[in-house]
Design a protein around this ligand. Structure first.
Ligand SMILES: [Zn+2]
Length: 279
């Protein structure tokens, strides 16, 4: 799934390519693509795109009368659409401008979870789906993160993936942040304190900055295998820091990857699927 660095760099590319272009039509291509009724997308017709911003993992296409919030979920992409074919593969919705290419929201697979929300620009951050998002990493300091740790007692890996706790991170960055911070993914947030928050926040800042620096070198969004990192998707490979073997705990929707030497004092974490059967 695209996370903060990928979405942020994509927003910047889209601003460069599309700001100032006048919207002629927003056309949902499936019944599920448009998730809101008010305001109507038509309110932005004839208006120029101001910029493309980001909140959490949402792209925000800003027009004076409507903000289109786009969530790519796992397999979604917002692509420059030169052809504008009648039935584009995986097509979810299309933004048509007065001249030049359109923007096409596509989604691989059959889940149909990517979507578009039309929001009142004056209240965009305080209406669903953006209203429940936690703070951006850039807006946190160690004390604020420590307060959120205390308010959301859970495993650190789960906290980092929880968009209400902190916005913009996902499975990949959760793995990378825990490894960078040398903290167990299963560490309980309520025991981390201000010192732990300092370490984790520095790790968040570094991994986000590295991802963003890489993503900004690209002409389009990377696939997950290309993204920089030390542990995510590298189960069985040597840790780049200590050369211990990177281990994994598998869940149905994601994999926790970690280095025992760097993060758990050498302890191998119980595999979730196995321990469930043994209980
Ligand atoms: Zn290591």
């Amino acid at each position: 799934m695209p996370e903060l660095p990928e979405v942020q760099a994509h927003a910047e590319r889209l601003t460069d390519a599309f700001a100032g272009r006048v919207l002629v039509q927003f056309r949902p291509l499936t019944f599920t693509a448009l998730r809101t009724v008010q305001p109507a997308p038509e309110a932005a017709y004839g208006e120029a795109l101001t910029d493309v911003g980001r909140r959490g993992k949402y792209l925000l296409l800003h027009f004076p009368s409507v903000t289109f919030a786009v969530h790519l979920m796992q397999g979604g992409r917002l692509l420059v659409d030169q052809k504008q074919s009648a039935k584009p593969r995986g097509g979810q919705a299309r933004f048509v401008f007065d001249e030049g290419p359109a923007l096409l929201l596509t989604e691989a697979g059959t889940e149909r979870r990517a979507g578009v929300w039309c929001l009142d620009p004056a209240r965009e951050l305080t209406t669903p789906p953006l209203d429940k998002l936690g703070p951006e990493p850039a807006d946190l300091d160690p004390a604020a993160l420590a307060a959120r740790f205390a308010a959301h007692p859970m495993r650190l890996h789960g906290f980092l993936r929880d968009q209400r706790a902190i916005a913009g991170l996902g499975r990949r960055l959760a793995n990378e942040v825990c490894h960078r911070a040398r903290v167990s993914p299963f560490a309980n947030t309520k025991r981390l304190g201000v010192e732990g928050a300092e370490t984790v926040l520095a790790a968040i800042r570094e991994t986000v900055a590295e991802g963003l620096a890489y993503e900004r070198t690209r002409a389009d969004m990377s696939s997950s295998a290309d993204r920089p990192g030390g542990v995510h998707g590298r189960t069985g490979e040597p840790c780049p820091v200590c050369a211990d073997t990177i281990r994994a705990v598998e869940y149905s929707g994601y994999t926790v990857c970690y280095c025992p030497t760097c993060q758990t004092g050498g302890k191998v974490l119980a595999d979730n699927t196995t321990s469930r059967f043994l209980r």
